[in-house]
Design a protein around this ligand. Structure first.
Ligand code: FSX
Ligand code: SF4
Ligand code: F3S
Length: 398
């Protein structure tokens, strides 16, 4: 195929995608409850100008790996954000994921979107407690069967048939609640390392046999990895769902490729120092003051896939490597054990062998991740009302 033909085909594919996007958004307009908030007024009240919003729309469209022609659709999806019903379950975790998502000192568009999110049930921030809280959950399941998104935060203990975790007035186990709610959801998003693969609750020796939500419940989940994850990766995944009625293509660890497709080490601002052999040798030394590479003090960026350096945290102010600590690999399965010791290089990747050794080990450790992209490209983990849930195996944590 010639270059012109190839371009034409790509253009045609984007046209078809755009058309599908329009059809999907019209469907949602008919099916979802009306918006709870007037998003444009909220932006104005929060001091976000139309120009800022359009700029954010461009950045979000690019982050989702879509061409600029999709910008109006991203804007429309943002306006519809408060229409998507969410049921948010908490299991074994520190609640840092909710904290990092819902708290912000200075509002940007992503945090305003999260303020409008339609949380039908969220134990940390809802006013109801006990029986009343349980009624809220039952009502949400009745009102939006097959239409709500279930978000799971935290690992699920499987030991003693799930009895390490009993919740609510009836003392149901995490396993019971998880199975009941996810069986009625349109899709399930695992948010944070704990829900994705067990995270810290599953670290050695893992006495409660805690595992990620997908593994515990035997379902496929979309995994927004990180401890805690970046709010934009969660927001972007929901926007994608609103635009296409499907969840984005995932890698072999169930993470959206648009957010977790690149290696930290390859887009790191300290990379020129790595290439020049300029390393921080110990905390506070001259290299630390000069912003040199953190590999020798344990940075796991060479083995970690995420967009932290690109998006940053706290209204895009900073990210771990910029703050001077180095990445601890929190978006990778089993990071707490596999990336230990956190402040020393992995033994198998000592710098003694030169930079090629680090890259070889990094690429070998992550080859599975990349290989899985194609295999999971078409996966949607999605169920619409009235259609059977697609039986796909849960994403492996190993
Ligand atoms: Fe885990 Fe979330 Fe780490 Fe904490 O709740 S991903 S321990 S930041 O907050 O689940
Ligand atoms: Fe950046 Fe860490 Fe790679 Fe150094 S080792 S370039 S600090 S990601
Ligand atoms: Fe986690 Fe590393 Fe990003 S520690 S937050 S994946 S920089």
């Amino acid at each position: 195929m010639g270059e012109t033909d190839f371009r034409k085909t790509v253009k045609q594919q984007y046209q078809e995608l755009l058309e599908n996007c329009r059809i999907q958004m019209d469907r949602l307009d008919r099916e979802l409850p009306p918006p709870r908030e007037d998003f444009q007024s909220l932006l104005t009240e929060s001091g976000v100008s139309r120009r800022d919003f359009l700029k954010w729309t461009s950045l979000m469209t690019a982050a989702l790996m879509l061409p600029p022609v999709f910008k109006p659709m991203v804007a429309k999806a943002a306006e519809n954000f408060s229409r998507l019903p969410i049921v948010w379950l908490h299991f074994a975790e520190c609640t840092g994921c909710s904290e990092s998502l819902l708290r912000s000192s200075h509002p940007d568009v992503a945090s305003i979107l999260l303020d409008t999110i339609s949380l039908e049930y969220h134990e940390t921030i809802m006013a109801a407690a006990g029986d009343q809280a349980e009624q809220c959950l039952e009502k949400a399941l009745q009102d939006f069967p097959g239409k709500f998104i279930c978000v799971i935060e935290g690992a699920i203990p499987r030991g003693l048939n799930g009895q390490y975790m009993r919740l609510g007035p009836k003392g149901k186990t995490g396993l019971e609640i998880g199975k009941e709610v996810t069986s009625k959801a349109a899709a399930t998003i695992a948010i944070g390392a704990c829900a994705v693969n067990g995270g810290i609750p599953a670290a050695n020796p893992n006495p409660t046999d805690a595992v990620g939500a997908g593994k515990a419940l035997g379902i496929s989940t979309v995994n927004i990895a990180g401890c805690p994850p970046n709010a934009v990766n969660f927001v972007g995944t929901l926007l994608y769902y609103l635009m296409f009625g499907a969840l984005p293509p995932l890698d072999s660890q169930g993470r959206p490729v648009w957010a977790y497709g690149k290696r930290i080490h390859d887009v790191c601002e300290r990379r020129p120092h790595y290439d020049a052999g300029e390393f921080v040798e110990e905390w506070g030394d001259e290299g630390a003051r000069k912003g040199w590479c953190l590999y020798k003090v344990g940075c796991k960026g060479p083995y970690t896939y995420a967009n932290c350096g690109h998006l940053r945290f706290n209204q895009a102010i900073s990210w771990p490597v910029m703050a001077g600590h180095g990445c601890i690999g929190c978006t990778e399965n089993g990071f707490w054990d596999k990336m230990a010791p956190l402040e020393k290089p992995l033994e198998a990747a000592t710098i003694g062998g030169g930079e090629k050794t680090v890259d070889d080990v990094g690429i070998a450790l992550t080859a599975l991740t990349v290989a899985g992209v194609a295999a999971h490209g078409a996966f949607t983990a999605l169920r619409h009302a009235g259609s059977e849930k697609k039986e796909t195996p849960a994403h492996s944590e190993e």
